[in-house]
Design a protein around this ligand. Sequence first.
Ligand code: SAH
Ligand code: SF4
Ligand code: F3S
Length: 469
Amino acid sequence: MQKSTEEAVLSESTRGSKGKLYIESYGCQMNFSDSEIVASVLEKQGFSSTKSIEEADVVFLNTCSIREKAEQTVRHRLQQIQVFKKRKPEMLVGVLGCMAERLKSKFLEEEKIVDLVAGPDAYRNLPELIAQAESGQKAINTFLSREETYFDIDPVRLNSNGVTAFISIMRGCDNMCSFCVVPFTRGRERSRDPHSIVAEAQKLFDSGYREVTLLGQNVDSYKWSPEENNKARLEKTTSSSIVRFYDLLAMVAEVNPALRIRFSTSHPKDITDDVLHTMARYENICKYIHLPVQSGNNRILEMMNRGYTREWYLQKVSRIREILGEDCGLSSDMITGFCSETEEEHLQTLDLMEQVKFDFAYMFAYSERPGTPAEKKFTDDIDAETKKKRLGEIIALQNRHSQERNLHEVGKTFRVLIEGTSKRSADDLQGRNSANKVIVFPKMNYQPGQYVNVLVESSTGATLLGKIV
Ligand code: SAH
Ligand code: SF4
Ligand code: F3S
């Protein structure tokens, strides 16, 4: 029998517990962070989170569309989940996130085991959608909002180490890089009330967390004012001044000197000297910048609509090293085999890498995404083999640079925030330095959440090994 939403909510509060939620996240950190919002919305309704899919009443996959392979992974996972659903037919299967947004009702047609589809701006609506699905209807909400920032939702920390946490500071993206699906799956850019961000950071600090990473697709375009973001959303909002990203960085850094601040992702066209100077001013803002370049060739950058040139990018890197020092960590994203990319243009990417020497990079072969400007305007004409060959070359070069940059750290002492036990050995702890390098060292009597000074004695290539001094 079909229940109205109101009845569903009532019966649940009298019952106390609504069931168990299992949620799996794919894609970027923003998706993982969104899953914590989802868990919070449903815990308020009486659900509890579980790590076991077998005992779940509701199974959610929070999905990613960034490359075709990301979507294939989710399709395979749904096939596996079908086995659990056969054993327990009342189990509800929902698809959330970017793939849900991209495919909308097509998902319900294509994947028979899916009962519920919810886009990234529809998570407040999940209790109603679940009630609807429980009554036997297919439930869907893929409405994209211009305002939703979930500013007032206190995320439930899932799979937490109790030391580091993510805080979403904005949603969506207005950039329209031609290859990218994100503006279509996440909608327009909007910034979250800074007071709610500071309050979340303070609460994390008070409960023992020692590092927060501020998340957005383009953090440098963070901008908030009570007027623009209409309705003063928190009582405290009285100032009428605009809050920019560097103001926000300073506000969060002021929470406590023992709270480390990181942020991601910076955009080369938007990162300003103000941001760099703010980073320099606060010891607790980590000296590490993820600055995706995508390509080292101007014609390709133009086709990608990235809004900067190779020269502009190299100039930004110089500014970073001038203001924050040579030891500031720097990482990047690269795409190989973008539409019509020639061998010479590919070599220019390798050349730019040679000039910068990134500490780390995420590297991808171009994957055409339906509906993006690149899909509409250009031909995906670089064959798979060439993409793979070029990708292999940039990966090999990056590995060499990562090793070189790591070897350079041997003999230095760094302040490290301990995050947990090392994956290699229970007798070792691991943490990161300000520049985001992972360092492993013998445990002694130290605990996660403490700061220690570690002398780096050797490098395995990807990881630094040392001892507490
Ligand atoms: N907002 C971030 C990136 C988000 S997506 C930024 O602007 O840098 C993360 C990375 O995935 C991108 O930097 C890009 O390198 C890669 N990517 C995005 N779309 C892609 C596609 N269609 N094919 C291959 N890689 C892609
Ligand atoms: Fe995609 Fe570009 Fe926005 Fe990054 S900045 S999310 S690559 S459109
Ligand atoms: Fe993927 Fe969506 Fe993030 S497409 S990379 S989960 S914003």
